[in-house]
Design a protein around this ligand. Sequence first.
Ligand SMILES: Cc1ncc(COP(=O)(O)O)c(C=O)c1O
Length: 386
Amino acid sequence: MDSPVYLDYNATTPVAPEVADAITPYLREHFGNASSAHVYGRRAAEAVARARERIAALIGARSDEIVFTGCATEANGLALCGVARALAVRKRHLVISAVEHPAVHEPAMQLRERGWEVSVVPVDGTGRVDPDTVAAATRDDTALVSIMHANNEIGTIQPIEEIGRRVRGRGILLHTDAAQTPGKIPVSVDTLGVDLLTVAGHKFYATKGVGALYVRRGTPIAPASFGAGQERGLRPGTENVPAIVGLGAAARLASERVATAGPRMQALRDRLQARLAADVPDLRLNGHPVYRLPNTLNVSFPGVSGEALLEAVRADVAASVGSACHAGSHEPSGVLAAIGADLPRALGAVRMSVGAYTTDADIDRAAHALLAAWEALRRVAERSAA
Ligand SMILES: Cc1ncc(COP(=O)(O)O)c(C=O)c1O
């Protein structure tokens, strides 16, 4: 029996074979500590420097603007808490959106507990913020605006460039959580006009447990953890050399392939969407029809729960639901609530995300399984209602 079709690339990607090959020597012979002065250390330090150049090249940055971190969560925490620590004397206000990942929302709430004010800007029915609303939420004492580049659940891409034009130049820093975008769409810190940008290795074929924060030269930021001073003191602790090498290799692949990978994923995603929409009347798209990650399809199936649907197709499809079930009570995901989805729509949501190794045959198998399971579940629901 074949493994189920993996349609959860937004949760994590497999490690690319090229990345695994790049890492292996750093797990075996080149095991040195990058801070050591001898040849073992120098080899490790050189590999870290190369990886830094590659991740910088991916996002159009300079290599001295890259801080390696343990994950995107840590990079987001450093961006919010580090800027807050650096600017606390003059500033006390942050702006985030209503659809941020917990890795941005939670540090913002921590800062609120420490006396910062946090404005949470709403999104429209497609999950997009209005740049004018973001600008209107800023004040003289706003330190930072943090709006994600693209949403992990519904794929909506935010108008970061327009937000940048409205808030920068007024002494307000702009951070974007770009955990979901490298390798899917082009990412350029100058085009976006951001001061800080978060990257997550395991969302574009590197390993888990590695990320990076881009910090534009001159951006005021203080450490959020303390130790021996690695990563310019912003992320002290011995560098995870194999994971950083893997991040560099993945960055190079993403730079080389994004122009073809994006349209390829979009064709697969659109094929899946068309197959499902053809047979499911009232299938509802969650997310923006156009400003959306090319690999992401979040749809609500009418009359069934996404959880029951995925359980029914578990032998054929690995995807995720757009709603979480807390302690037996069905609660819609915060993102679906933010776009105004009612409870049945939120509970019927399924997120499917394709990637580099998805094929047409995978899409056809997944669509077939989902459609058959939806029909069967709907018939059961109709019978029990009768
Ligand atoms: C938009 C976004 N931000 C942050 C994260 C956190 O990434 P990590 O768990 O690797 O720290 C994720 C991962 O799901 C994400 O999708």
